[in-house]
Ligand binder design. Structure first.
Ligand code: PMP
Length: 308
């Protein structure tokens, strides 16, 4: 369960977490009419500093999601960045943190629509370490549930209501004995995990699905592509067939929650050697150094909290 101590940002102010409450008639609670973000902050013990990863980029994506939902965010991107840093300071974290901002249709209203409803913004944060195993490798199952299509609920926006699609796939995958689900598009191309983007390696090339195959415009995906190019890996963004999952040399999931997590089995078939592969390992090594503030080349990815 989410820890209910410390402070949250709610209705325009930093308040004790226990005071951040909404009515059961809230539009977003009734219809899922909200968009959100998941952001990580990494504690660097040597520097006694908390670094928020790609903070501005997350709020830029939140504003794009909001635009699709015809929302009027009460705060600008810069103001959201500022209140998040203030909130982290108020909580005085000295651990890794997961940050959850939500922009939601806040009026109490029975009416299925988007326009003419007041939007509000809140943020809470919880201490969080590795959410998925990043060492031993995951066993993924291709889900019988299809990823929501751009013309149903746009996957490029991080919309609360669309996580029912992710929860159906993820929960059934776990009940069937897998660690996580891989979701296909309605046409049968590989889309992504339930809450992470997917990469695979074939012929030594790193391949990931295009955003037009119903994936979230993942921020970690962007960082992985940048790191891959710097490591001299050939990259390809193109539609991926389901059976390419069964003949890949390497595979991993990436996202704010999962970070970079190797996949070593899909539908009971080992991926490559059945162990995390060398390209996956090289990317993980650079990624984890960068996000924890141990590689000066990526300092621009990070917002320091306490020395800001
Ligand atoms: N796809 C989905 C459906 C997700 O929920 C997430 C997590 N936000 C991702 C991909 C990964 O995106 P990011 O790297 O921006 O966290």
């Amino acid at each position: 369960a989410t820890e209910q101590s410390g402070y949250a940002y709610f209705a325009g102010a930093i308040v004790p977490f226990s005071e951040a409450k909404i009515s059961i008639a809230t539009h977003a609670f009734n219809y899922g009419t909200a968009c959100f973000e998941g952001i990580r902050a990494y504690w660097n013990a040597e520097q006694e500093e908390l670094f928020v990863l790609k903070l501005r980029e997350h709020y830029e994506r939140l504003h794009r999601s909001a635009h699709i939902l015809k929302m009027s965010p009460p705060l600008s991107v810069d103001e959201m960045v500022d209140v998040t840093v203030e909130l982290l300071k108020a909580n005085a974290f000295r651990t890794d943190v997961y940050i959850r901002p939500i922009l939601y249709k806040a009026d109490p209203l029975i009416s299925v629509k988007l326009s003419g409803i007041r939007d509000d913004f809140c943020v809470f944060c919880v201490p969080l370490g590795d959410y998925f195993d990043t060492e031993k490798g995951l066993h993924m199952g291709v889900s019988p549930w299809r990823r929501v299509d751009d013309n149903a609920i746009p996957a490029r926006a991080k919309i609360n209501g669309s996580y029912i699609n992710a929860a159906l796939a993820s929960d059934d995958a776990r009940a069937a004995g897998f660690d996580e689900a891989i979701m296909l598009t309605p046409e049968g191309h590989v889309a992504e995990g339930s809450s992470a983007n997917l990469f695979l390696v074939r012929g030594g090339r790193l391949i990931t699905s295009p955003v037009s195959d119903s994936i979230l415009e993942g921020i970690t995906r962007g960082m992985v592509l940048e790191l891959a190019r710097e490591l001299g890996f050939a990259t390809e963004i193109r539609p991926i067939d389901r059976t390419e999952l069964y003949v890949a040399e390497e595979m991993f999931l990436c996202g704010t929650g999962v970070q970079i997590a190797p996949v070593t089995k899909v539908d009971h078939r080992p991926v490559g050697s059945g162990r995390p592969g060398p390209m996956t390992r090289a990317l993980q090594e650079r990624f984890f150094a960068a996000v924890r503030g141990r590689d000066a080349r990526y300092a621009h990815w990070l917002t320091p909290v306490y020395s800001r």
